[in-house]
Design a protein around this ligand. Structure first.
Ligand code: ZN
Length: 222
């Protein structure tokens, strides 16, 4: 199997499938009755000579079974970089993981990964926040989650007030305040507070790009 390169050198690299297309030499066209290419792979994003055969019996209850998958070009909805939704990746999605054929890949692998991490962190944050019997260690973890979510722009700067309140919930004589962990968290909070105050889009240091603060995000595309 040869690999194409050139124009694909700027594409986001997939850890399993790589960056450039996988040339198979197969180039089938839709022919009703025998050959059906996925509707998310119109000719303008299809990479020629990259098709592989599908096993239609493994696809999940298809209205119309897809007989071949092509490597297709995509622009990531989050970071705007180009990437390939690989034919083999599609086979994995639709035949092994058995995602419905309606699932499409709209984010590059890096953004999908960071989105999963953010979702996981947010879940942890919410479960710790709800807990009335939090230990000191868990409160520190809660602060850490919140700071990371603000640092990654998943939460708005208004969360800093909550973080500050959580930090202040440790009495001034508490030994925890002298721990490196606590000092590290307080330092990150200071840096973010300063950044929020100096942000050109946020003259008040309060409301900026992120109108919604620590609200659940809408369901994500895969
Ligand atoms: Zn991306």
């Amino acid at each position: 199997m040869k690999r194409g390169t050139d124009k694909f050198s700027d594409f986001v690299e997939h850890p399993r499938y790589g960056r450039g297309p996988r040339i198979t030499g197969q180039n089938p066209q839709t022919n009703y009755g025998s050959t059906f290419i996925h509707w998310h792979s119109p000719t303008d994003c299809r990479i020629p000579n990259t098709a592989i055969n599908a096993n239609t019996s493994r696809q999940k209850e298809p209205t119309v079974a897809v007989t071949h998958y092509y490597d297709v070009e995509r622009r990531c909805r989050d970071c705007g970089r180009m990437f390939i939704f690989f034919a083999e990746e599609q086979r994995h999605w639709y035949e092994v993981l058995r995602f419905g054929l309606d699932s499409d890949c709209v984010r590059c692998v890096e953004c999908r990964k960071s989105e999963q991490q953010t979702a996981h962190l947010r879940q942890r944050y919410e479960s710790l926040l709800d807990r009335s019997d939090r230990t000191d260690k868990e409160t520190l973890e809660l602060i850490d989650c919140a700071l990371t979510l603000v640092e990654h722009s998943a939460f708005g700067h208004r969360t800093l007030q909550r973080i500050r309140a959580l930090l202040n919930s440790f009495p001034s004589e508490s030994k925890i305040r002298r721990h490196a962990t606590f000092r590290g968290l307080a330092n990150r909070a200071d840096i973010l507070t300063e950044a929020a105050a100096n942000h050109p889009m946020q003259p008040s240091g309060e409301v900026g790009r992120f109108e919604v603060d620590d609200q659940p995000s809408p369901p994500a595309d895969r």
